[in-house]
Design a protein around this ligand. Structure first.
Ligand code: MGD
Ligand code: MGD
Ligand code: SF4
Ligand code: MO
Length: 703
């Protein structure tokens, strides 16, 4: 008899509802769940590919131990013991900071990591903690901490109600939205125009999202801060400031007004490549739209002025009266862990700095770009051992080829990961979790960033085999073994489902709220498609976590960075080609290239280049080209593209499955090349240390 299971897809931030039909332990079909209150039936190819992920013969099923370069299967308890012995031994010999920790992106898509990760990692007592945050959205958190007092109090663009959406450096049509959980983004964006609103996209490529827009402007990579400051300046200069209820509790706006004065539309135009008249028109549109939201993601976060960009976006939403307003940007009200005064994880910044380069800590993590030098540089505090959890930094972080060498020189490494891949091949022990479909799921993180409040619990689809382990069990096992070694054994934490039941019972809907019934785990289990908790509502003023419960719009660090921008704009413009990134629907960072359903079709790891740039270098469509700079050199196929801004070239990240000692047959047959062999650990936003992954100077020549 076929059985139907309802589940939220955990692969990207859209958390689509899935309907999975199984029979005799086999997946018969995966389709969208029409009754999911958030996704209403939407699904993308990755959701369908969960079948391939579940059935992937390369997905590891047992712990592996490397002895003299050969992998052997070992028992779980023996593996935990070996890890504990090594980590404890290295920490005792060299100090706690000698053991380092890297947490990759899937951590935040797996609630067992959210509930159990710290239980293990805090035992390491190391300052050398890293995560994918600092090759991604760190500027968002820094700005939220400064302005609103909480790293996760991120106002979300209310795209379902806005009259005007300005998108900078995001391509939700391919990424399915980021810090904007909005499944079926195509219809949500189309709806803006259907109701008479407008969509404007700023991007160096005419992306899938730009093609849906009323207006698309090319921008020189890395120059958005100038555009954004010019927009703020124009609004002040034209006396088009509208302050809503937040005006009375916002400090520092006079300083903002003064600081942006040098940034005229003409000056910004010269630097960013968008005509001054267009910048002026954009300011007018923002000021006059009944409601408007400015939204910027990867493209504006992973650049040299990422923090300044995200700050300017918050200021623009505030001074147009759109922050905390319907159709503008709003903070969410999820059923678990709403960011606000009662949450302890508010974040901290600059409490300590990295040993070698002095880069600032944020939320007790150092920027990824410091990882290599902390492994390479001898002395007290040098990293000798590494724990990676759900991460593939060899492909995902800057100057991956150098990290690859550095990891090879470690005394010990352990990885919690289902694959033997470019990073985990350096481990001494790999601890693979059971299939994601054998895990239950609740999206603790992305419900926080969703355009509509919902709650949904996903029971496991399949039972795990007896000798497999859940991610949380691995974390519990490591925590017990290490703490025992340290002389103070810690009790294992209850399973995530029980912790979730507790979090719901103390959450904002535990007693019911308005039309929403009292939310409990039992109720969620009885409603497998999920429960609608209603649209986003203004609430920021009550959620502020700053000491004085006011909005801090300005500080000395912002002031200094505005001066840095003014100086950068004074310098002559670099005439080299500029390399930017690209996501595509059938890919997910570095780790889903082993799934046949996603990999089929023509190769996607190609270099997109404008025909004029190709002609200038006498390059032919489809020929092999070498892309190089001072950091590295890669060779791939060039593809002529009218989507590109002239002087800008583009390729996807997460490729480069070229190592013979990995176990990813399908990916190895379709390897691509690693874009992060061209990104530089020294190229970062100096304010918070977030990596620069876009606007990389390169030369392109026939291979
Ligand atoms: N040039 C360039 N570089 C980039 C980016 C870019 O746009 N351009 N994007 C950046 C961004 S936004 C991010 S988030 C990072 C991602 O950086 P990482 O998180 O380091 O890389 P991923 O490719 O997501 O690797 C995820 C790893 O987790 C494993 N995994 C998957 N599911 C699970 C699970 O349930 N449990 C466990 N234990 N492991 C699991 C996979 O096998 C894989 O090894 O890359 C960044 N790097
Ligand atoms: N299919 C798929 N979906 C994913 C992922 C994936 O790898 N594949 N990764 C997931 C992750 S971890 C994340 S963080 C999100 C990211 O989600 P998004 O931020 O939407 O991701 P991108 O598609 O990289 O969009 C970045 C855009 O910025 C543009 N850009 C580059 N440089 C600049 C610049 O200087 N200025 C401006 N204005 N634009 C610029 C690029 O052309 C690109 O269109 O996607 C998530 N979803
Ligand atoms: S859009 Fe994201 S959440 Fe939805 S099916 Fe695709 S990968 Fe899964
Ligand atoms: Mo990301």
């Amino acid at each position: 008899m076929p059985t139907t299971h309802y589940r939220a897809c955990h692969l990207c931030e859209a958390i689509c509802g899935l309907k999975i039909v199984t029979e005799n332990e086999q997946i018969i079909s995966i389709t969208g769940d029409m009754d999911d209150p958030l996704s209403k039936g939407h699904i993308c190819p990755k959701g369908v590919a969960l079948k391939d992920l579940h059935n992937d013969p390369d997905r590891l099923k047992q712990p592996l131990h490397k002895v003299n370069g050969q992998w052997h299967s070992i028992e779980w308890d023996e593996a935990y013991q070996l890890v504990a012995d090594k980590l404890h031994g290295i920490a005792s010999q060299y100090g706690n900071d000698a053991v380092s920790f890297y947490a990759g992106n899937p951590n935040v898509h797996n609630y067992g990591h959210m509930t159990h990760g710290a239980h293990f990692s805090r035992l390491l007592r190391t300052k050398n903690r890293f995560s994918a945050t600092s090759v991604d959205q760190l500027p968002h958190h820094v700005v939220s901490l400064w302005m609103y007092g909480h790293q996760s109090l991120l106002p979300i663009a209310d795209i379902d109600h806005t009259d005007f959406l300005l998108v900078l450096g995001a391509n939700p049509m391919a990424s399915n939205g980021s810090l904007l959980t909005a499944p079926d983004i195509r219809n949500r964006l189309k709806a803006i125009r259907k109701r008479g609103g407008q969509l404007v996209v700023i991007d160096p490529r005419r992306t899938e999202t730009a093609k849906l827009a009323d207006t698309h402007h090319f921008i020189r990579p890395g120059t958005d801060a100038a555009l954004l400051l010019a927009l703020i300046n124009l609004l002040f200069a034209n006396q088009q400031i509208t302050l809503n209820h937040l005006g009375a509790i916002s400090d520092g706006l006079a300083d903002v007004e003064q600081a942006v004065q040098p940034f005229t539309a003409q000056w910004a135009a010269h630097y960013c490549g968008i005509a001054a008249t267009e910048i002026e028109a954009l300011a007018l549109q923002l000021a006059s739209a009944p409601s408007a939201a400015v939204y910027g993601r990867m493209g504006v976060s992973t650049q040299g002025f990422g923090t300044l960009c995200q700050w300017a976006i918050q200021v623009l939403n505030l001074i147009t009266g759109n922050l905390d307003s319907v159709g503008g940007t709003l903070v969410t009200s999820p059923a678990v862990n709403p960011a606000g005064p009662t949450d302890r994880a508010k974040g901290q910044f600059g409490q300590w700095h990295s040993r070698v380069r002095g880069l600032p800590e944020f939320a007790k993590e150092l920027p990824c770009s410091a990882m290599i030098e902390e492994i390479e540089t001898a002395g007290e505090g040098q990293i000798k051992a590494m724990v990676t959890i759900a991460g593939n930094p060899v492909l995902s972080t800057p100057t991956g080829q150098r990290l690859d060498k550095a990891l090879a020189g470690l005394e010990f490494m352990v990885s919690i990961d289902p694959y033997l891949n470019e990073t985990t091949r350096h481990a001494d022990i790999i601890l693979p979790p059971a299939s994601p479909l054998a895990h239950s799921h609740y999206d603790i993180v992305f419900a926080r960033f969703a355009v509509h409040n919902t709650a949904k619990f996903s029971p496991e689809v399949f039972a795990k085999a007896g000798d497999e382990r859940y991610d949380y069990q691995i974390l519990n096992g490591l925590a017990l073994a290490l703490s025992t070694k340290q002389g103070k054994p810690v009790a294992p934490l209850p399973k995530p489902e029980l912790l979730l039941a507790h979090m719901l019972s103390v959450g904002p809907y535990s007693q019911g709220r308005g039309d929403v019934p009292a939310i409990s785990l039992e109720l969620l289990k009885a409603n497998p498609s999920g429960i609608d908790l209603g649209p986003l509502r203004p609430s920021l003023s009550k959620r502020l976590c700053t000491d004085d419960q006011r909005i801090h719009t300005f500080n000395d660090i912002i002031a200094a960075d505005i001066n840095r921008l003014a100086q950068a704009m004074d310098k002559p413009i670099d005439g080299q080609l500029s390399l930017i990134g690209k996501r595509d629907l059938r890919s997910n960072n570095s780790w889903m290239h082993n799934l046949p359903y996603l990999i089929k079709g023509k190769p996607r790891c190609v270099l997109l280049m404008h025909p004029d740039d190709m002609a200038a270098k006498q390059l032919q469509d489809g020929q092999a080209v070498t892309v190089s700079n001072a950091i590295g050199s890669i060779t791939l196929t060039v593809s002529e593209s009218h989507e590109m801004m002239p002087s800008v070239v583009c390729m996807p990240h997460g490729w480069g499955h070229t190592f013979a000692d990995t176990q990813q047959q399908v990916a190895n047959d379709n390897p691509g090349v690693n874009m992060n062999q061209l990104t530089d650990v020294n190229g970062l936003d100096p304010v918070c240390g977030n990596a620069i992954l876009s606007g990389i100077s390169v030369t392109v020549s026939a291979a």
